[in-house]
Design a protein around this ligand. Sequence first.
Ligand code: RB5
Length: 145
Amino acid sequence: MTIAIASDHGGFALKTYLINYFANQGVRLDDLGTHSEESCDYPLIADKLCRHVLEKKSEFGILICGTGIGISIAANRHKGIRAALLYDNDVAHLACEHNNANVVVFGGRTQKPEDVIQYLQTFMNASFEGGRHQRRIDELDTIGE
Ligand code: RB5
């Protein structure tokens, strides 16, 4: 499974933590930046990762900014991207089962790394339920035009 990850400076420390954690589990995260604590703009980071996911270079993506809010807004501007901010275990499996999220989002300044690991594992072990949820996902691409 190919998983891409990207953050702004507010998520850089958490991104580094996740890359190292998953490397120890034998899972490589494809790091799309940023590569330091130097200030950068989360919309451009979100755009880079979302294009990567939409071009099917990764099965899903992980985005991190300070709160997870700005980078969620940016990601969800992309048609075909369903970015979900995971903040508890139920949300983590429902984001897959109901929303078929292809980007998961965290707040580097608001969430504990060990919680984030748990939410990621829950998300990755879940399966999309389809049915009425597929219909609603299809509707996402037809609204707001
Ligand atoms: C950057 O300081 C911060 O605004 C950003 O990481 C994010 O929290 C925005 O929503």
